[in-house]
Design a protein. Sequence first.
Length: 234
Amino acid sequence: MEIDHNRQNISSDQADPSLSKGWVYFVNEKDYKTFLAKHLTDVQEKSTCSSHNAVNMADTKQSQGLAATGVGTVDCACHNFKRPNGVRDLQKGEKYINMDYLFFSTLRGMQLEMLNTSYDIACQWHKNLWARMKSFPQSHGLDYLSKVIRFFIPKFHLPTHIAKCQTIFSYNFMCFVGQTDGEAPERGWLNINPITLSTKAMGPGCHHDTLDDHFRDWNWKKTVGLGASLLNSK
């Protein structure tokens, strides 16, 4: 769920606005920053699993001179598509509040009965998720009590967790997930990482629009190639 690159603090939203206001993959800039500003003093709980840097160092990661320390994304684990309103800049690493915002934003308006959610640190992130949801606007609320929502850790990341987590959050011990490995976001970075050599020196608007274009291209190529991919998988 993360692309780990830094973007320099160049230009501003006023001087370099995005052409999109939450219409594609990046969430609405103004709404996102307004929400984060209300939670600047929130302290993130430490990991009780392995020593996950994404959790324990989220409040200490160096960000001086940087507008963003990375980009978080939400992907479809089955088809590797980038989710609409599922992309956003991160500040000071991978804080729960950032990923919460992406999670609830991309699910708005969706009608579903079962949701399988995979995240590298799901064992920690999911613990107080519904309590944190109460601080979100009503539009971002999820009626979790009427749905089946399960949390997983991607298969490649699972061995780094303690034994208890390797059992509870394993895809191998759950029904209705097939051979899903949960590593869809990782595969997408092979396509997008070379772009970050350019985007890290862009202003906010150009940065967002460029990544939106590349994510759109990624999804389109997946769409037109899906038939051949399914045919060759038999």
